[in-house]
Design a protein around this ligand. Structure first.
Ligand SMILES: CC(C)(COP(=O)(O)OP(=O)(O)OC[C@H]1O[C@@H](n2cnc3c(N)ncnc32)[C@H](O)[C@@H]1OP(=O)(O)O)[C@@H](O)C(=O)NCCC(=O)NCCS
Length: 366
């Protein structure tokens, strides 16, 4: 896992948003009074922590986000000859993953970049990273919003199982901050930036100190408009405002909460039962990191009691929602203490709706 060096606390974010909202309300006093537009409501750090569990987030670029005349990161444009921003984030995590796995880039034969957004349509970020690392073979990007990382790991697992690749590098450069509407109090606090990477390979070639057998994977999608971003290439032809608020992340948070919690709990229970396992066989639950209350509810449904922090670690307090990378940050930070034979589940849930899980069994520590 690679994380940016910039941190934004709830307090900093709320102070900037509230200053922006007060200025907006003052500048638009007459229109608000006449009922033309609504006044901007104020945000609160206490609400954010209570409703979501989020206390802070990392930002790839902090400059601009807290500037009330800008309200978005100021990311310098790079020329086509330079490494792209997401390529850089991906490369940082990829190098760390290869080192942990004791792998040379020459031993990798496929690269998958799975994340919620890519900064351009083509060439794929995965191919750019493949080129930077000198990897022979192929690479591609796949977007499945919050489940991009688990879905990408599942594809890697299938490729290795089918023999179409021996070693796959899966990378999740989640550069979410450019898609946040920092002028919207309902969603300005939700996201953070991070990049994760994982090596998926055959048992024969594995030389990692800590490694896991993938016992099984399971994916499900059900269409929903409750989490959406309409940003896309077609706006050039529709004459819609390419930077309109519907082009940024927006959601019906309450409905998402209500829909996704039972879906995720059922998905995990079904996956375990398909593998002949029960909740008592599991040592760890590396769950998606969007909302603390969601994770508490899901783990309570599964365990019949509150999960401990050791059983279902929470990282969203420090990282916020990092789109598809959340469950992998939890995995990354909380797996080395597991013993040979211990079983855990990685599970993502979110936009689509999409849910993806992988059940892992710890191999002998090398
Ligand atoms: C977004 C989320 C934290 C909001 O929490 P919530 O408890 O559902 O809160 P609500 O949206 O019902 O809002 C409750 C009230 O607080 C207000 N509120 C919202 N944001 C606020 C803020 N930043 N500060 C203060 N008040 C706020 C709302 O406007 C609402 O006011 P009202 O009752 O007067 O209408 C929560 O719904 C959530 O995390 N849902 C799951 C989302 C998810 O997983 N998404 C996946 C994204 S990939």
């Amino acid at each position: 896992m690679w994380k940016p060096s910039h941190v934004i606390t709830n307090e900093e974010l709320v102070e900037a948003y509230n200053a922006y909202a007060e200025k907006f309300n003052l500048d638009n006093e007459a229109r608000i009074e006449s009922g033309d537009i609504d006044a901007k409501p104020l945000s609160s750090a206490e609400f954010i922590e209570k409703a979501s569990g989020i206390k802070a987030r990392y930002a790839y670029v902090k400059d601009g986000i807290l500037d009330i005349d800008r309200m978005r990161p100021r990311i310098p444009e790079r020329s086509e000859d330079e490494l792209s921003h997401q390529g850089e984030m991906a490369l940082n995590a990829a190098k760390m993953a290869l080192k942990e796995a004791n792998k040379d880039a020459s031993e990798v034969d496929a690269v998958i970049v799975g994340c919620a957004y890519t900064e351009r349509s083509y060439p794929a970020i995965a191919i750019e990273v493949q080129g930077e690392l000198g990897i022979e073979g192929f690479g591609f990007d796949m977007l499945v919003a919050c489940s991009a990382a688990t879905f990408a790991l599942q594809r890697a697992y299938e490729m290795v199982s089918a023999g179409t690749a021996k070693c796959v590098l899966v990378i999740n450069p989640e550069l979410t901050s450019p898609q946040v509407n920092y002028c919207d109090r309902d969603s300005h606090f939700i996201f953070g930036d991070v990049s994760t990477a994982t090596v998926v390979e055959t048992e024969e070639t594995c030389q990692s100190e800590h490694s896991y057998e993938i016992l099984g994977t399971k994916a499900v999608t059900v269409f929903s408009n409750n989490i959406r971003s309409n940003f896309g290439y077609i706006t050039h032809a529709t004459d819609a405002d390419p930077y309109g608020v519907d082009k940024l992340f927006h959601q019906q948070g309450r409905s998402v909460f209500k829909d996704v919690c039972p879906m995720a709990a059922k998905h995990i229970a079904d996956h375990l039962s398909e593998l002949g396992l029960t909740k008592d066989d599991l040592t760890r639950w590396w769950l998606h990191q969007a909302n603390l209350n969601m994770n508490l509810l899901i783990s309570k449904r599964l365990l019949g009691r509150q999960a401990t922090k050791e059983e279902a670690p929470i990282v969203l307090d420090e990282y916020a929602n990092t789109a598809s990378a959340g469950s992998l940050i939890a995995f990354n930070l909380y797996h080395k203490d597991l013993k040979e034979g211990d079983i855990g589940v990685i599970c993502s849930f979110g936009a689509g709706y999409s849910i993806g899980s992988l059940v892992l069994k710890k191999r002998k520590v090398a």
